[in-house]
Design a protein around this ligand. Structure first.
Ligand SMILES: NC(=O)c1ccc[n+]([C@@H]2O[C@H](COP(=O)([O-])OP(=O)(O)OC[C@H]3O[C@@H](n4cnc5c(N)ncnc54)[C@H](O)[C@@H]3O)[C@@H](O)[C@H]2O)c1
Length: 311
């Protein structure tokens, strides 16, 4: 149960910490262009072992990706305040051309889990550059946006966030799509839930909740410079579904083939994740408006992918 992490900045190091606390991995190897940073993180994490789980943690090289079930890629530039994720594409694609072949060479049988932004575009690029089957190239996608959405909705409706069922699909970014038509609590769609509780269903309030979801990263980066706890927990959840072969339904990014006529792009949909990576994508019955929004999101991503000339 080896997990490799490439890029141990805010996101990679927080993920490694979350993974160590979870006890799901027996080995965690940390790789970074800044070797001293990887060594420092490994030392600090090792001093956590007596409080947590027996785990071998070390600062390694790409050769140590050999045998890793999952390799998390979190290397690269982060958004500055007000900067859109897509603006990072050139800088991070250059890093991808360097690191993806180095990860895959010693580990052709592992799963790549991408966190670096723009995550959907870099998931597609990792698939192209690695030559791996698409089911083994996963982006964290909207697992984070879905979590933010569920949290905010749960606060509004006064229920546990884990009892709030709702998805954000499409791009992890400005064109993401809230699936209002299927959002539910205990199987009751939100207008029905409100009616049963004697509450009014207020579309304007719902829209505000979506805007807060979509723009959360901007608000956090303005305040603390980066976001990392929630994405690290999301990466941990995806890793857990893989290591434990859970067949969990998670909103992650992967290659799309013939979904409402959309193909050859990566974006997020509720996806069954197991030991093999993507087991299958779930074909949702979306409203006409949601399909239109999803088409727009796919087009935004395809336009950015085309700029990279990956073919
Ligand atoms: N997918 C999500 O939901 C999500 C959420 C938050 C952040 N992110 C993204 O994650 C990425 C990392 O963010 P961060 O805050 O951890 O950044 P960071 O600057 O703290 O860490 C980046 C790390 O990558 C390393 N690195 C840079 N180039 C490298 C290379 N060529 N090889 C190996 N290592 C290299 C750096 O040394 C650094 O340690 C960013 O692209 C950010 O936008 C994604």
């Amino acid at each position: 149960m080896r997990v490799a992490v490439v890029g141990v900045g805010n996101v990679g190091a927080t993920f490694a910490y979350a993974l160590l606390l979870s006890g799901f991995a027996s080995e965690i190897v940390l790789i970074d262009a800044n070797r001293a940073k990887a060594e420092g993180e490994a030392m600090d994490l090792n001093h956590t072992v007596p409080f947590t789980h027996p785990t071998r943690i070390w600062a390694g090289d790409y050769a140590d990706c050999a045998g890793a079930t999952v390799t998390v890629l979190a290397a690269g530039a982060n958004s500055k305040p007000g900067e859109n994720r897509l603006a990072l594409v050139e800088r991070n694609a250059a890093i991808w051309r360097e690191i993806v072949p180095k990860v895959v060479k010693p580990n052709p049988d592992g799963i790549l889990l991408i966190a670096t932004n723009p995550v959907d575009v870099l998931t597609y690029a990792a698939w192209k550059l690695s030559g791996l089957p698409a089911c083994r190239v996963i982006g964290s996608g909207t697992i984070l946006d879905t979590s933010r959405f569920r949290y905010l909705l749960s606060q509004h409706f006064g229920v546990d966030a884990r009892s709030m069922h709702a998805y954000i699909i499409g791009e992890h970014g400005d064109s993401e799509v809230p699936v209002w038509s299927l959002a539910n609590i205990a199987g009751m769609r939100l207008p029905e839930f409100c009616k049963a509780q004697g509450l009014g269903y207020e579309p304007k309030e719902m829209e505000k909740i979506f805007e807060q979801t979509r723009d959360a990263a901007y608000r956090i980066i303005e305040r603390k410079g980066a976001t990392y706890y929630a994405v690290a927990a999301g990466l941990m959840r995806i890793t857990q579904a893989i290591l434990r072969n859970q067949s969990s339904v998670l909103s992650i990014s992967s290659l799309i083939e013939d979904y409402y006529g959309l193909s050859d792009v990566c974006f997020s949909l509720p996806t069954v994740v197991d030991r093999g990576g993507v087991e299958r994508l779930l074909r949702l019955e979306l409203s006409v408006e949601e399909v239109e929004q999803l088409r727009h999101s796919a087009e935004v991503l395809k336009t950015t992918i085309r700029k990279l000339s990956l073919n």
